[in-house]
Design a protein around this ligand. Sequence first.
Ligand code: PEP
Ligand code: MG
Length: 581
Amino acid sequence: MASFTLHGIPVSRGIAIGRAHLLAPAALDVKHYLVPEEHLEAEVTRLREALAAVHRELQTLWNELPKDAPTELGAFIDVHALILSDPLISEAPLDIIRSRHYNAEWALLTQIDELSAQFDEIEDLYLRERKADIQQVAERVLKVLLGSEPLQPRAEAGADDFQAQMVVVAHDISPADMLKFRDRSFIGFVTDVGGQNSHTAIVARSLDIPAAVGMSQASTLIEQDDWVIIDGDAGVVIANPSALVLEQYRERQMAQTRARKKLNKLKKTAAVTRDGTPITLLANIELPEDCATAMEAGANGVGLFRSEFLFMGRDARIPSEDEQFEQYKKAVVAMKGRPVTIRTLDIGADKPLDQTEHTALNPALGLRAIRYCLAEPQLFLSQLRAILRASAFGKVRILIPMLAHAFEIDQSLAMIEQAKRQLRDAGQKFDANVDVGAMIEIPAAALALPMFVKRMDFLSIGTNDLIQYTLAIDRVDYEVAHLYNPLHPAVLQLIAMTISAGHKAGIDVAVCGEMAGDVKLTRLLLGMGLREFSMHPAQLLSVKQEILNSDLGLIVPQTRKVMRAMEPGAIADAVAALQAM
Ligand code: PEP
Ligand code: MG
């Protein structure tokens, strides 16, 4: 098999070496997990029984055909019965269960995907169209399988070698679908599309597994079961590597594991610069379960709880106030008194509530985040009540995304007061002095800070969107990914202005966008005066190490030089000098 290399966008660090698992979009709709060795034969039987049940179903259909039914109908049933008996459907998926340990649904879909690809290449139109029949037969079998949930346990992540070997290769994965990978044992992700700070990339980083996106043709060039190396630091994917290349990457992988182990020693060390300035390191989380890793990494609290992930991947059923309250409370309790900053629903753009929902003409500029919430006051109020109720169990802060207008701030604050009144009337407990903050992520907000600092208790800079909106590039679109530049002087000015305006007004300012977790930018942000960084727990210790090695006395004057520079070369040189100090 020929080796080839693809270049894309690095989104989640580290090296993954494994076998490709090509994910067809339909495959995401069924469960897929690995079956432990001792339950393989039971899983094979489950699929066999499902195939037999569909046989019986087709037989019944045939028997019950009305006498005057068109002959084509009977012929259709015959074709489906023939397909079902073909060893490619009746035997091959059973082998996949045995050899790859896939569950029945996944094994069947894998085989169907392979067959479909072969059918696509057939020139004869009539034969090519038989692909639809195969898919219909598969759907019948899947339906039967759905009604026969397996009793056997799933294999635990890392339990066996075969599990530590699968890399997902897909055209695209939505942020909601990424969440489904949390309990699975994939070790890396490659997608054809996507940008550095798309939410899919962000979830990959929070799972702390190597990923590269914007690979353009990866899902067509890489074949099922190909050996694949993902270099998540360089954004490079090597398919079918030679033994020599494989060896080199294994060595790099081992070196990275050793470096991470060393970092672990910093977990309990306070984040203080060399000159004695304390820095607050917070965690970004998507679900309350992430609090465990945040605590484990020694985070001082949660700086960004992306609450919309509780709303996604639920077939558009919105979680009730009580359901939300339980989740927020779980996070608050898990953080043991450390503050938890819950961002209100930031739905829209690349995080639709429902995959099938109609998309706005320009989703990133559409009814997103606070705009959506103000248009859906009942939904917003129920979230606010749930958050407030959680504040009875620990320190909670409310963060509002995508504010730009004074009336949006005022309406948000008024709705928080309304939610408080409703809770008081219902006799529910909450922290009446809960802090409310604004995300600064629209350039208009960064240019109108007096409007914000006078109304808000704290600010949090969302650099991901601030860059997107300042530079007018869709953060999800890989064709403009090369223009996504955190070091553009306009972006740097907006960040520095926000930090200094917040501090002058005596309120806390954090950065919770991806820039906060990028060690190459830690000193620059420190030099701008930033004292609160919020990032994925996996990035926290590297940033802490950088802080421990930084001296503000040296960094501040050099940061001024960065801020004065206007040419890309001069900015890069000045930032490199900062890092070398
Ligand atoms: C941001 O925009 O920087 C941010 C933190 O929010 P999100 O990435 O969820 O849009
Ligand atoms: Mg944002």
